[in-house]
Each structure stands twice: as C-alpha cells, then as structure tokens.
Design a protein around this ligand. Structure first.
Ligand code: GUN
Length: 293
C-alpha cells in the first residue's frame, strides 16, 4: 500500500467531540439545547437506518432530536404542513427531511419551504444558489460534500489549483461537491453516465470524488499516481466469508487504488461517518444563528 489512509471515523469523532464541547458550554450557560427535527416519509429501511443514526448522534452530543414519521402515502399537503409547523417551533433549530421522498411527492416544493436558517442539510434552493455564486456564502453546506472537503483539508491535500474530478452529479453529493471545489479554486470536471472516456478523464485528477453508486467501478489504472481519492460510494458486495453474507465496498476498487493513490478513504470508515458529524456541526451552527450569535 502506498496511499495514506484518510481515517474518516477518527476525523468525524474529532468533529463530534468539538460539537459536544460547544453544546455543553451553551447548556451550562443556560441556553437551550440545539434541536434537530427529522422527517421520514414512508418505511424505506435504508432511510430509517440513516435517520435513527442521526437521532442517536444528537443524543450522544447533548442535543435534542424530534422525530416525525409520516406514512408512505402521506399527501403533499401533510408533508408541507409538518414542515411549516417545524419552521414555527422554537425548539427546532434544524429540519432534516430524509431523501428520497416517495415519488408522488414534490421534493423541490418541500425543500424550498424549509426556513433557510433551519436548512441544516443545505438543500434549499437559496443555500444551493448561494453555493453556486461567486462571493456568496450559503448558511449551510450539504453534509456529505462538506465532509469530503473537510477530509481533504485535514489530510493536508492542496485543493487550490488542483485538477478535481467529481464522478456523479446528484443534488445530494456530486453537484454541491463540484461547487465547493470550484469555490476553493480547483479546476473541476464533473463526470456522469454520458461522459466519454471516463478512465482517461479520471487519470487527469489530482483529486477524485467518486459518488456514482456503482460498486468498485473505478479501477487502479484509472488513478493518477499520488492522487487523493475520496470514495462516497456505499455498496453491498456478496461475501460468503462474512456472517451477514456481504461486505460494504465503495465506488472505487480499494485494493487496486491504494497502490497508486497518494491518499484514499476506506469504505466503511471514510466519508460515511463524516455526513452525520457535519450534520451535527450544522445543527449547532443553526442554533447559534437563531440565537443571534
Ligand atoms: N439521503 C441520502 N443522503 C442524504 C442526506 O445527506 N440528507 C438527506 N436529507 N437525505 C439523504
């Protein structure tokens, strides 16, 4: 192995510890606990697991969490009424509507209803619009891309002037990651299913962010020697040697890439833990903003 491993679990714990210290200071000073409201519509197992982890993190860091569950056939009006109620609730500093919503719901209309000061996911059009504009700062940066950039910075990877390639253009990861990298003066290429000569484009990358959702798609010989590889993918790979019958792998073939890259995140234990850590950081920031700090 030539690459330096970027330990997301450790770095996420450091972020969480810093948030917990700040929350404890605030509560000791008589200020209310920061509170995060989660909204889950329907019963997708993966979404329910993510939401439960977010609630658990709140408890561990001394914050309040308020869970709101709606049935999978909830109407647009019901979801919007819930968001409006949470907007008006002073105990709720952050609102997280777990995505994807069931397909009969209009996600855009729900997200744009969230009060911008409570938009801890950073998905409202105003936050994304600010992220996309020069000289403007969003109130909140979407958690997974924020975690990716934080890992690069903690590892000491120089972003300014680097050729960065982002695989995937999702609203949740690829597109905001590309915007963040542009804001940090990288030269950014965004690749997707219609990109020609993907291996050739990836070979130019000093920084690669892989968020395409295809198991081990990026091969070792696609990686530029010394590159920093951030793997956002979480895919279940059948593995008869495991009790569960599977193991988690990323969008990058780790065993091959680690022999070529300069830095690499593992799966699990890379980007995954950072998403929740950054959500906690954003929720604390929401409380600070709402209390005029
Ligand atoms: N679904 C997958 N990732 C996320 C996320 O970061 N936030 C929300 N709200 N939904 C998601």
């Amino acid at each position: 192995m030539t690459a330096q491993l970027i330990d997301g679990k450790l770095i996420a714990q450091q972020v969480r510890d810093a948030v917990a210290v700040e929350v404890a200071k605030r509560t000791a000073a008589g200020k209310p606990k920061p509170g995060l409201a989660t909204v889950l519509v329907g019963d997708r197992v993966d979404s329910a697991t993510y939401v439960a982890s977010k609630q658990k993190a709140c408890q561990e860091l001394g914050m309040d969490s308020f869970h709101n569950q709606l049935p999978g056939d909830a109407t647009q009006e019901q979801v919007e009424a819930l968001v409006k109620r949470l907007n008006a609730d002073p105990k709720v500093n952050g609102i997280l509507v777990q995505l994807p919503l069931p397909s009969h719901l209009n996600e855009e209309r729900v997200l744009q209803l969230i009060n911008i000061e409570k938009d801890v996911d950073g998905f409202s059009p105003i936050n994304i619009g600010r992220l996309a504009q020069k000289g403007r700062d969003p109130l909140f940066v979407p958690c997974t891309p924020y975690g990716c950039i934080y890992l690069l910075e903690q590892a000491g990877v120089k972003i300014e002037g680097a050729n960065a390639v982002v695989l995937g253009r999702s609203n949740i990861v690829g597109m905001p990651a590309a915007l963040l990298l542009i804001g940090k003066n990288a030269t950014v290429t965004v690749c997707h299913s219609r990109t020609r000569d993907l291996p050739g484009v990836v070979r130019q990358a000093d920084i690669l962010i892989a968020a395409i959702g295809k198991m081990e798609m990026v091969r070792g010989d696609w990686i530029k020697p010394g590159a920093a590889v951030i793997d956002v993918g979480i895919n279940s790979k059948p593995d008869a040697t495991r009790k569960s019958g599977y193991r988690l792998v990323g969008d990058v073939n780790f065993d091959e890439a680690k022999e070529v890259a300069g830095f690499i995140t593992p799966v699990p234990g890379g980007v995954g833990p950072m998403t929740i850590a950054m959500l906690m950081k954003n929720t604390l920031r929401a409380a600070q903003i709402q209390q005029g700090e």
